[in-house]
Design a protein around this ligand. Structure first.
Ligand SMILES: *Cc1c(COP(=O)(O)O)cnc(C)c1O
Length: 400
């Protein structure tokens, strides 16, 4: 069982076909990953915005190994120091309240939705306004929160209590407010929806609307969090503070972990017995997250994301000038989208054949999510491969 074709065949026979994997990976280091046949790729997916510190960072590996050999799991029947230290660090960097830990982005959003409902319960308010083209996860409540029909199809009846507004259109959000509304939930940069950053006017307008109407502003920072956008948290790119936000993808570098981070007032609403997770915040995932935060600080990766993001976007912009099929570069920090007229998948496939892994975000957007400690020469190498892929696909029809 050592060749990629054998592994793929076994996988396809026994793993449900919810995914369509396109390569087999066996090891990784920094920005590079290898397949079983010896091919090396430059990984600009980073496990979908998970490995912000790169694959197998020695500090994170050591933290996981040490904790696994000391106390792996103890449940939340008992205190564990790592969870407390992690909650302190996340709170101090953001809302100065408290945290709840779980295992994934969807689960963190479920916790945030439950918390918002609890806040509105006495007044009979439960409806949450979310955005068209948003993405909040794959559980029943989070597909109901997700403003995309394609993730909901076939799974109705969905939980009630969600209504949709147009992203970056404040009037549309205003029009969706009614006497049942308890919160507005949004991403600072829509990830799965096509790498679309919020405008400052929209974020500020939503905050103001929430203040005026007594609503909660909830940010889904699952993809944008942990330095990815050039700030610790995506919403920090704007002069606003949400009442609560969620984290997951990069939080514990691939050890499954999600977090709900809330303001001091909201943090007091959950009482013992109201919400729980067996694995949530266990000593290993918390140790991994603490090591991730150490590395982000020591290597100044929040600033690096901003700087490297600019460099990479500048390089990609040359392709916008060169090919009429390449429309726009957008994003924030190292969350970068290349917007195409045609199918993004064919560019992703051509890049993979060249040795660069990237992914799609919707039909027309190629999404790049490299580790934040990506080197300048890796960026250059990636740009060359994107250039070769575009040349191969669009070169003949190029108008000089
Ligand atoms: C990935 C993602 C989720 C879902 O996270 P899972 O860990 O897959 O449940 C939710 N929200 C956003 C913005 C995401 O990018």
């Amino acid at each position: 069982m050592s060749k990629s074709t054998d592994i793929a065949a076994l996988f396809d026979q026994y793993v449900m076909h919810t995914y369509a994997p396109t390569a087999t990976l066996t090891s990784g280091s920094g920005c590079k990953v290898r397949d079983p046949d010896g091919k090396t790729y430059l990984d600009f997916t980073a496990g979908i915005a998970v490995h912000n510190v790169g694959h197998c960072h020695h500090k994170v590996v050591k933290a996981i190994q040490d904790q696994a050999a000391t106390l792996g799991h103890c449940s939340n029947l008992f205190y564990n120091v790592n969870q407390a230290l992690l909650a302190q660090r996340l709170s101090k960097l953001s809302l100065n309240g408290k945290c709840f830990f779980c295992n994934s982005g969807a689960e963190a959003n479920e916790a945030m939705i439950k918390l918002a409902r609890l806040a509105g319960h006495e007044k009979g308010k439960y409806e949450i306004i979310t955005m068209q083209n948003s993405f909040h996860g794959r559980t029943l409540a989070t597909i109901a929160a997700t403003g995309q029909a394609k993730v909901q199809k076939g799974f109705d009846p969905l939980p009630i209590g969600f209504t949709y507004a147009e992203f970056n259109n404040l009037d549309s959000v205003k029009a969706a407010v009614n006497e049942r509304t308890v919160a507005v939930m949004l991403e600072a940069v829509q990830g799965e929806g096509g790498v679309v950053p919020a405008t400052e006017a929209f974020m500020v307008g939503v905050r103001k609307l929430c203040d005026e109407k007594g609503l909660l502003m909830l940010c889904d920072d699952v993809q944008t969090g942990m330095g990815r956008t050039g700030k610790w948290f995506g919403w920090q790119n704007f002069p606003v503070k949400p009442d609560a936000f969620t984290l997951a993808k990069a939080l514990a570098d691939g050890v499954p972990m999600g977090a709900l981070v809330a303001s001091p007032a909201l943090s007091e609403l959950f009482k013992p017995g109201m919400h729980a997770s067996t694995f949530g915040g266990n000593p290993i995932s918390s140790a991994a997250a603490l090591a991730v935060m150490d590395v982000i600080e020591e290597e100044a990766l929040v600033n690096r994301a901003e700087e490297a993001g600019k460099l990479f976007a500048e390089g990609l912009n040359l392709f916008v000038e060169k090919y009429k099929q390449v429309l726009e570069v957008r994003g924030l920090g190292l969350m970068v989208g290349l917007v195409l007229e045609g199918d993004a998948k064919e560019v992703v496939n051509a890049c993979r054949d060249m040795g660069l892994l990237c992914c799609v975000a919707g039909e027309h957007v190629v999404r790049f999510l490299p580790p934040l400690n990506v080197k300048d020469n890796d960026l250059e190498e990636a740009l060359e491969m994107v250039g070769d892929a575009l040349e191969q696909l669009y070169g003949e029809t190029e108008e000089a």
